[in-house]
Design a protein around this ligand. Structure first.
Ligand SMILES: [Zn+2]
Length: 402
């Protein structure tokens, strides 16, 4: 495989991101044939342009109304292999005390910890957070995939949801493991489909218990295209090559979404929160069509403020139309410094608040020197109070029945 870092940096900035289309294939030298003493090519990784725009800058230290962050990761599995969690045991990324300090400063009423695991790991997470600080933390369970090959797995997994509910789980989280990592022999073989019938009893159990399913099934569309000079998330994929789903036996983004939709259609009594703006924030008309088709579907906005904020006119209309079905969420990960767009800290929350509450223009979507997801900036959508109340809190409170 090509060493992409060397390839890009060797080309120099002028060729790598200064031009569009096939013209970018020309080398830096060809672009600047006359300038023997001109500026030297600049590594893209060193480029930190500072905007000369003089526009209004707001600082929103607290959300206007108390919020529920519907999508956070306070605990994670202690053992994973090839993208599949193999242990119920939990590792904790932040203590309740350090989380509560930020929550109180930022007006976060509650955090939903989606990756609570199952069995004893789940019970422990619920005891440490939900039960110790009532009303501040809500923990979700996850499926155990380790027994998937056994004949009674469908029934056992449905029963596991009932047990998790008794142990305090407030919903079920599906990682993109399902559809992109889980295979017939767990970590090898053919990919298991999202709409595999073995999970039907599990989806039904969530409907019967009236707990929501938070489902993540795909990723930014750029992750399904080659990591080359046309990729708008080139630097992100270059930093995290394992995030690319281009090639191999991976399904396309469209196939994943269609399979997820079949599940939503088959289980109309189960509420599905499709994470990351329905996993298609680049195409809000597609997300809107699905919301129109499925009354049991809603979306969260986790880690997609960068996508929503670069299409403020379309996003504002989307929030207007689907104001009862959009949930405030960030994907917050304590000490997640490697992913600045979702690192749990004051600055990250202030960016979300600024996007939702102001009409500020052209600001960073992540607390980072270089925009981590792509080289663009965002605009606020200045939502009115009635929509802010729903998005920040009421929609999540209804689904969580709090
Ligand atoms: Zn997440």
């Amino acid at each position: 495989m090509i060493n992409r870092r060397q390839w890009l940096y060797g080309m120099g900035l002028a060729a790598a991101c200064g031009t569009q289309g096939s013209r970018a294939a020309t080398t830096a030298a060809e672009n600047e044939p006359q300038r023997a003493s001109g500026p030297a090519p600049l590594d893209l990784s060193h480029y930190e342009p500072r905007s000369m725009l003089r526009v209004h800058e707001s600082r929103v230290a607290r959300s206007k109304f108390p919020n529920i962050d519907f999508h956070t990761h306070i605990s994670v599995s202690t053992k994973s292999e090839n993208g599949v969690e193999l242990s119920p045991d939990r590792e904790y990324l932040g203590t309740p005390q350090e989380l509560l300090a930020v929550m109180d400063r930022k007006n976060i009423r509650a955090m939903v910890n989606l990756t609570g695991g199952y069995e004893n790991g789940l019970a422990e997470a619920v005891a440490k957070y939900d039960r110790s600080y009532p009303g501040r933390f809500y923990t979700f369970t996850e499926p155990s995939y380790t027994h998937i090959k056994e004949a009674d797995y469908p029934k056992l997994q449905a029963q596991a949801i009932e047990r998790a509910h008794r142990d305090g789980a407030r919903g079920l989280k599906i990682l993109k493991t399902l559809g992109l990592y889980l295979r017939d022999n767990i970590t090898s073989g053919t990919l298991v489909k999202i709409d595999d019938a073995r999970f039907d009893p599990m989806w039904d159990a969530c409907g019967q218990l009236n707990i929501p399913v938070a489902i993540h099934i795909s990723d930014p569309i750029a992750f399904f295209t080659p990591t080359d000079r046309f990729n708008e998330r080139y630097e992100e994929l270059n930093n995290h090559p394992d995030w690319s789903f281009y090639g191999g036996d991976f399904p396309s983004n469209a196939e994943l979404i269609v399979a997820r939709n079949r599940v939503i259609a088959r289980h109309p009594k189960t509420n599905f929160v499709t994470l990351h703006v329905g996993n298609f924030s680049e195409d809000l008309s597609n997300v809107g069509e699905n919301l129109d088709r499925f009354p049991n579907m809603s979306v969260d906005i986790a880690a997609r403020v960068g996508e929503l904020g670069r299409q403020p006119v379309t996003a504002r209309k989307f929030f207007d139309k689907y104001q009862d079905r959009i949930l405030f969420a960030t994907d917050a990960t304590p000490h997640g410094d490697e992913y600045p767009q979702q690192v749990f800290n004051d600055q990250m929350y202030e960016i979300y608040y600024r996007f939702l509450e102001t009409s500020d223009e052209y600001f960073d979507y992540a607390p980072a020197k270089i925009p981590p997801q792509g080289r663009w900036r965002i605009y606020g959508i200045d939502l009115p109070d009635n929509i802010l109340r729903k998005v920040y809190c009421e929609n999540a409170a209804r689904l969580l029945r709090i």
